[in-house]
Write a protein of this length. Structure first.
Length: 235
Protein backbone atom coordinates (compact mmCIF):
# COMPACT_ATOMS: atom_id res chain seq x y z
CA UNK A 1 0.00 0.00 0.00
CA UNK A 2 1.96 3.00 -1.30
CA UNK A 3 4.92 3.80 1.00
CA UNK A 4 3.26 2.55 4.20
CA UNK A 5 3.29 -1.10 5.18
CA UNK A 6 1.11 -1.10 8.26
CA UNK A 7 -2.36 0.34 8.82
CA UNK A 8 -2.35 3.81 10.38
CA UNK A 9 -5.85 4.94 9.44
CA UNK A 10 -8.98 4.11 11.46
CA UNK A 11 -12.25 3.09 9.83
CA UNK A 12 -15.08 5.58 10.18
CA UNK A 13 -18.74 4.76 10.66
CA UNK A 14 -20.62 7.95 9.80
CA UNK A 15 -21.85 8.64 6.28
CA UNK A 16 -20.60 12.24 5.98
CA UNK A 17 -17.11 11.80 7.33
CA UNK A 18 -14.77 13.94 5.27
CA UNK A 19 -14.20 16.31 8.23
CA UNK A 20 -13.05 13.38 10.39
CA UNK A 21 -10.79 12.12 7.60
CA UNK A 22 -9.29 15.60 7.37
CA UNK A 23 -8.62 15.69 11.11
CA UNK A 24 -7.17 12.17 11.16
CA UNK A 25 -4.71 12.78 8.31
CA UNK A 26 -3.87 16.26 9.64
CA UNK A 27 -3.05 14.78 13.06
CA UNK A 28 -0.86 12.07 11.49
CA UNK A 29 1.10 14.75 9.65
CA UNK A 30 1.46 16.95 12.72
CA UNK A 31 2.66 14.12 14.97
CA UNK A 32 5.25 12.99 12.41
CA UNK A 33 3.64 9.69 11.48
CA UNK A 34 3.27 10.98 7.93
CA UNK A 35 6.42 12.80 6.84
CA UNK A 36 6.76 15.53 4.24
CA UNK A 37 7.13 14.01 0.78
CA UNK A 38 5.32 10.79 1.68
CA UNK A 39 2.94 9.65 -1.03
CA UNK A 40 -0.46 8.82 0.39
CA UNK A 41 -2.25 5.68 -0.81
CA UNK A 42 -4.54 6.04 -3.81
CA UNK A 43 -8.10 7.29 -3.33
CA UNK A 44 -9.34 3.73 -3.75
CA UNK A 45 -6.92 2.43 -1.11
CA UNK A 46 -7.77 5.25 1.30
CA UNK A 47 -11.47 4.59 0.79
CA UNK A 48 -10.87 0.98 1.81
CA UNK A 49 -8.77 2.02 4.83
CA UNK A 50 -11.41 4.42 6.13
CA UNK A 51 -14.38 2.32 5.09
CA UNK A 52 -15.92 5.15 3.06
CA UNK A 53 -16.58 5.97 -0.58
CA UNK A 54 -13.89 7.22 -2.94
CA UNK A 55 -15.82 10.47 -3.36
CA UNK A 56 -15.68 11.09 0.39
CA UNK A 57 -11.91 10.62 0.32
CA UNK A 58 -11.57 13.00 -2.63
CA UNK A 59 -13.54 15.67 -0.76
CA UNK A 60 -11.32 15.30 2.32
CA UNK A 61 -8.15 15.56 0.21
CA UNK A 62 -9.40 18.77 -1.40
CA UNK A 63 -9.89 20.29 2.05
CA UNK A 64 -6.42 19.15 3.13
CA UNK A 65 -4.93 20.64 -0.03
CA UNK A 66 -6.57 23.99 0.68
CA UNK A 67 -5.17 23.91 4.22
CA UNK A 68 -1.70 23.15 2.81
CA UNK A 69 -1.25 19.66 4.29
CA UNK A 70 -1.12 17.79 0.97
CA UNK A 71 -0.45 18.47 -2.69
CA UNK A 72 -2.57 16.72 -5.31
CA UNK A 73 -0.90 16.24 -8.68
CA UNK A 74 -2.66 16.07 -12.02
CA UNK A 75 -2.20 12.31 -11.99
CA UNK A 76 -4.17 12.29 -8.69
CA UNK A 77 -1.21 11.17 -6.57
CA UNK A 78 -1.21 12.95 -3.21
CA UNK A 79 1.98 14.06 -1.47
CA UNK A 80 2.24 15.05 2.18
CA UNK A 81 3.24 18.67 2.79
CA UNK A 82 4.08 20.40 6.07
CA UNK A 83 2.65 23.91 6.01
CA UNK A 84 4.17 26.51 8.29
CA UNK A 85 2.26 27.46 11.40
CA UNK A 86 2.00 30.98 10.02
CA UNK A 87 0.45 29.66 6.81
CA UNK A 88 -2.20 27.67 8.67
CA UNK A 89 -3.00 30.51 11.04
CA UNK A 90 -3.29 32.97 8.17
CA UNK A 91 -5.83 30.78 6.40
CA UNK A 92 -7.85 30.12 9.52
CA UNK A 93 -7.64 33.74 10.64
CA UNK A 94 -8.90 34.77 7.26
CA UNK A 95 -11.93 32.58 7.74
CA UNK A 96 -12.63 33.60 11.31
CA UNK A 97 -15.70 35.48 12.37
CA UNK A 98 -15.50 38.98 13.72
CA UNK A 99 -16.34 42.55 12.86
CA UNK A 100 -13.12 43.10 10.91
CA UNK A 101 -12.36 39.55 9.74
CA UNK A 102 -11.78 38.68 6.10
CA UNK A 103 -15.03 36.70 5.93
CA UNK A 104 -17.01 39.51 7.53
CA UNK A 105 -15.60 42.06 5.10
CA UNK A 106 -16.11 39.74 2.17
CA UNK A 107 -19.72 39.05 3.06
CA UNK A 108 -20.33 42.79 3.51
CA UNK A 109 -18.96 43.41 0.02
CA UNK A 110 -21.17 40.68 -1.41
CA UNK A 111 -24.22 42.23 0.28
CA UNK A 112 -23.43 45.51 -1.49
CA UNK A 113 -22.80 44.03 -4.94
CA UNK A 114 -24.69 40.77 -5.45
CA UNK A 115 -28.28 41.97 -4.93
CA UNK A 116 -27.62 44.59 -7.62
CA UNK A 117 -26.13 41.91 -9.88
CA UNK A 118 -29.18 39.65 -9.73
CA UNK A 119 -31.52 42.63 -10.03
CA UNK A 120 -29.79 43.55 -13.28
CA UNK A 121 -29.91 39.90 -14.33
CA UNK A 122 -33.69 39.90 -13.83
CA UNK A 123 -33.86 42.83 -16.23
CA UNK A 124 -31.21 41.81 -18.78
CA UNK A 125 -30.73 38.02 -18.78
CA UNK A 126 -31.42 36.33 -22.09
CA UNK A 127 -33.74 33.34 -22.27
CA UNK A 128 -30.71 31.16 -22.95
CA UNK A 129 -28.97 32.43 -19.81
CA UNK A 130 -32.08 31.74 -17.72
CA UNK A 131 -32.25 28.26 -19.22
CA UNK A 132 -28.61 27.67 -18.20
CA UNK A 133 -29.41 28.77 -14.63
CA UNK A 134 -32.30 26.31 -14.44
CA UNK A 135 -30.09 23.55 -15.86
CA UNK A 136 -27.51 24.30 -13.16
CA UNK A 137 -30.18 24.00 -10.45
CA UNK A 138 -31.32 20.66 -11.90
CA UNK A 139 -27.75 19.38 -11.95
CA UNK A 140 -27.21 20.42 -8.34
CA UNK A 141 -30.37 18.56 -7.27
CA UNK A 142 -28.80 15.28 -8.38
CA UNK A 143 -25.46 15.91 -6.63
CA UNK A 144 -26.43 16.94 -3.11
CA UNK A 145 -24.49 14.04 -1.56
CA UNK A 146 -21.17 15.55 -2.63
CA UNK A 147 -20.10 18.83 -1.03
CA UNK A 148 -17.48 19.23 -3.78
CA UNK A 149 -20.24 19.18 -6.38
CA UNK A 150 -22.33 21.55 -4.26
CA UNK A 151 -19.45 24.06 -4.14
CA UNK A 152 -18.83 23.70 -7.87
CA UNK A 153 -22.52 24.15 -8.69
CA UNK A 154 -22.71 27.17 -6.41
CA UNK A 155 -19.72 28.71 -8.19
CA UNK A 156 -21.35 28.01 -11.55
CA UNK A 157 -24.70 29.58 -10.64
CA UNK A 158 -23.05 32.71 -9.22
CA UNK A 159 -20.97 33.01 -12.40
CA UNK A 160 -24.19 32.77 -14.44
CA UNK A 161 -25.75 35.53 -12.31
CA UNK A 162 -22.69 37.66 -13.01
CA UNK A 163 -22.67 37.06 -16.76
CA UNK A 164 -26.39 37.70 -16.98
CA UNK A 165 -26.19 41.17 -15.47
CA UNK A 166 -24.33 42.30 -18.61
CA UNK A 167 -22.17 44.81 -16.75
CA UNK A 168 -18.44 44.44 -17.40
CA UNK A 169 -17.44 46.63 -14.45
CA UNK A 170 -19.40 44.49 -12.00
CA UNK A 171 -17.95 41.37 -13.61
CA UNK A 172 -14.41 42.67 -13.13
CA UNK A 173 -15.05 43.52 -9.47
CA UNK A 174 -17.02 40.42 -8.54
CA UNK A 175 -15.16 37.60 -10.29
CA UNK A 176 -12.08 37.72 -7.97
CA UNK A 177 -14.42 37.74 -4.96
CA UNK A 178 -16.20 34.65 -6.28
CA UNK A 179 -12.85 32.88 -6.54
CA UNK A 180 -12.14 33.58 -2.85
CA UNK A 181 -15.60 32.30 -1.93
CA UNK A 182 -15.02 29.02 -3.79
CA UNK A 183 -11.60 28.54 -2.14
CA UNK A 184 -12.75 28.71 1.46
CA UNK A 185 -16.13 27.12 0.81
CA UNK A 186 -14.32 23.83 0.20
CA UNK A 187 -13.11 24.07 3.78
CA UNK A 188 -16.24 25.50 5.41
CA UNK A 189 -18.81 23.19 3.82
CA UNK A 190 -16.68 20.16 4.63
CA UNK A 191 -17.38 20.77 8.30
CA UNK A 192 -20.90 22.19 8.26
CA UNK A 193 -22.78 21.07 5.21
CA UNK A 194 -26.31 22.23 4.43
CA UNK A 195 -26.54 21.77 0.66
CA UNK A 196 -30.34 21.67 0.62
CA UNK A 197 -30.50 25.20 1.99
CA UNK A 198 -27.99 26.46 -0.56
CA UNK A 199 -29.97 24.83 -3.36
CA UNK A 200 -33.24 26.28 -2.06
CA UNK A 201 -31.72 29.78 -1.95
CA UNK A 202 -30.32 29.52 -5.46
CA UNK A 203 -33.60 28.17 -6.83
CA UNK A 204 -35.47 31.14 -5.30
CA UNK A 205 -33.07 33.61 -6.92
CA UNK A 206 -33.36 31.92 -10.32
CA UNK A 207 -37.16 31.91 -10.09
CA UNK A 208 -37.21 35.66 -9.43
CA UNK A 209 -34.84 36.29 -12.35
CA UNK A 210 -36.99 34.12 -14.63
CA UNK A 211 -40.05 36.11 -13.54
CA UNK A 212 -38.20 39.37 -14.32
CA UNK A 213 -38.75 40.48 -10.73
CA UNK A 214 -35.81 42.78 -10.01
CA UNK A 215 -36.75 43.54 -6.41
CA UNK A 216 -37.60 39.91 -5.71
CA UNK A 217 -34.25 38.75 -7.07
CA UNK A 218 -32.37 41.27 -4.93
CA UNK A 219 -34.31 40.26 -1.80
CA UNK A 220 -33.73 36.54 -2.51
CA UNK A 221 -30.00 37.19 -2.79
CA UNK A 222 -29.98 39.15 0.48
CA UNK A 223 -31.73 36.22 2.17
CA UNK A 224 -29.11 33.85 0.74
CA UNK A 225 -26.17 35.97 1.91
CA UNK A 226 -27.70 36.28 5.35
CA UNK A 227 -28.15 32.51 5.63
CA UNK A 228 -24.64 31.57 4.50
CA UNK A 229 -23.13 33.57 7.36
CA UNK A 230 -24.13 30.67 9.62
CA UNK A 231 -21.81 28.33 7.69
CA UNK A 232 -18.78 30.36 8.80
CA UNK A 233 -19.45 29.71 12.49
CA UNK A 234 -17.61 26.37 12.38
CA UNK A 235 -14.24 27.95 13.18
Amino acid sequence: MSEMNKPIFEKLNETKTYSRIVLQIKNLIEDGTLLKGTKLPSEIELASCFGVSRNTVREALLVLEYMGFVKISKGRSTEVMVPSTESILNKLAGLSIGENSFVSNLNETRIILEPQIVSLAARRATEEEIFQMKECITKCESNLSSFTDVVDSSAEIHELFLISCHNKTLEARMRPINKYVVSFSRFILGFKEQPERILEDHRAIVNEIANRNETGAANAMLHHLDSVKEFYSVL
